[in-house]
Ligand binder design. Structure first.
Ligand SMILES: Nc1ncnc2c1ncn2[C@@H]1O[C@H](COP(=O)(O)OP(=O)(O)OP(=O)(O)O)[C@@H](O)[C@H]1O
Length: 375
């Protein structure tokens, strides 16, 4: 279970009965997609019989390259896309495309879709007006959500008077004001600069922990995904390539696709490994293991022991990443990315590094993870 962060707030702590009393439905909804298929009229298969289960109160992050079907999946959950076959339930109820979205489901888009001529207050209040919530209750709810999001001072401003991050908070406020049990966010951080992005994603996570809703969050940014997810869903070609905790997916990528997408692992064909790198793994079965994956940050400087994989090569380029340095290394005809501490010396354009056998990931000819069994 993911530990809940300590939240400094005037509201009661998460899970306390009082908190539930102050909000209508703070408990998240379970989402289940079963054999979800979406084929567009031009024949594009956006979702390919996809199964996904998200438990109540979790943050599921959909991560994958452009075109892999993330937005289509989110829209199917919201009832905005009619699946070709299969279906989705939210809190046990089938999602029916074309029907008015349940008030328990809220969506935050990349462009926030706010009303430019309305104030912050009016934007956040709008869903409550639509739901014919009485005026006094509307004001109380808007003020409460504004307090949680620290945007009380923005309520009187119009949208053009706000920064991107401020507009984003208004958009999130509008999504949360109805106490949704499921919030769907489609790349909501993509318009923000790096600092604001990091700040906003931790605020989103804090809010989700506070309010307890289920959050499904679409991104193609791996650091957002690792930072936010309870359940990390890596998608490829309309299917789920791997689902697990961020640690599981990062530490044990199921395929070369996941390894390359998350953490930019070096993938090297067994035949391209230099002799110094194969001595420790000489007994591996080449009919089973055809490629190995080596993370840039798993390299240590120097030749290591005979059990380690040693790489000596020419430095093509170095990049300073603060306390670390990224070295682009050419070993024979193989190019590797190596990350070492910035104070590690690089002599005469040559670098020798090693990697422990335990840090080597093995993949078969289909690119699927396999064991690096040396017996
Ligand atoms: N209305 C449409 N008609 C035809 N094809 C579509 C339509 N909408 C999406 N697609 C296609 O379906 C596939 C999945 O699209 P989707 O928008 O779900 O991908 P995505 O993973 O969200 O991509 P991105 O990260 O670029 O937003 C893509 O190949 C896309 O071109």
């Amino acid at each position: 279970m993911t530990p809940r962060p300590t939240i400094v707030t005037a509201m009661p702590p998460p899970g306390s009965p009082d908190q539930h009393a102050t909000r209508d439905q703070p408990v998240g909804a379970t989402v289940a997609c079963v054999k979800l298929r979406k084929v567009f009229p031009d024949g594009t298969v956006a979702l390919n019989d996809l199964d996904l289960h998200v438990d109540a109160g979790r943050i599921a992050v959909l991560l994958g390259p452009s075109g892999c079907g993330k937005t289509t999946l989110l829209r199917a959950m919201a009832g905005l896309t009619v699946p070709t076959s299969g279906g989705t339930t939210v809190a046990g109820r089938p999602v029916q495309a074309g029907h008015r979205a349940s008030p328990n489901v809220a969506m935050v888009f990349q462009n926030y879709a706010l009303y430019p001529n309305k104030t912050g207050f009016q934007n956040i209040e709008f869903p409550l007006r639509m739901a014919r919530v009485p005026r006094a209750e509307r004001a109380a709810r808007v003020n409460e959500i504004a307090r949680i999001l620290h945007i009380e001072k923005l309520l009187s401003r119009h949208m053009h008077e706000l920064s991107g991050g401020q507009r984003q908070r208004i958009g999130i406020g509008r999504a949360l004001v109805r106490n949704p049990s499921l919030v769907l966010m489609d790349e909501p951080l993509s318009n923000l600069d790096a600092d604001l992005r990091v700040q906003m994603r931790s605020e989103i996570k804090t809010l989700q922990r506070l309010l307890g809703m289920t959050l499904v969050f679409v991104t193609h940014d791996q650091s957002d995904a690792l930072a936010l997810a309870d359940d990390l869903v890596v998608m490829k070609d309309g299917q789920i390539e791997q689902l697990g905790s961020p640690d599981e997916v990062y530490d044990r990528p199921a395929s070369t696709f996941v390894a390359g997408f998350l953490g930019g692992m070096n993938i090297v064909g067994i035949g391209s490994l230099p002799a110094t790198a194969t001595s420790g793994i000489s007994r591996l079965d080449p009919s089973r293991v055809t490629q190995v994956g080596i993370r840039a940050e798993d390299f240590k400087p120097g030749p290591g022991t005979p059990q380690d994989l040693t790489f000596e090569g020419t430095v093509l380029l170095t990049e300073l990443l603060g306390r670390e340095r990224l070295i682009h290394l050419e070993v024979g005809d193989t190019k590797l990315r190596v990350r070492v501490r910035a104070d590690v010396p690089v002599h005469d354009g040559r670098f020798t590094g090693h990697i422990s056998l335990n840090d080597v990931h093995a993949f078969d000819s289909a690119g699927q993870r396999t064991t690096l069994n040396t017996t």
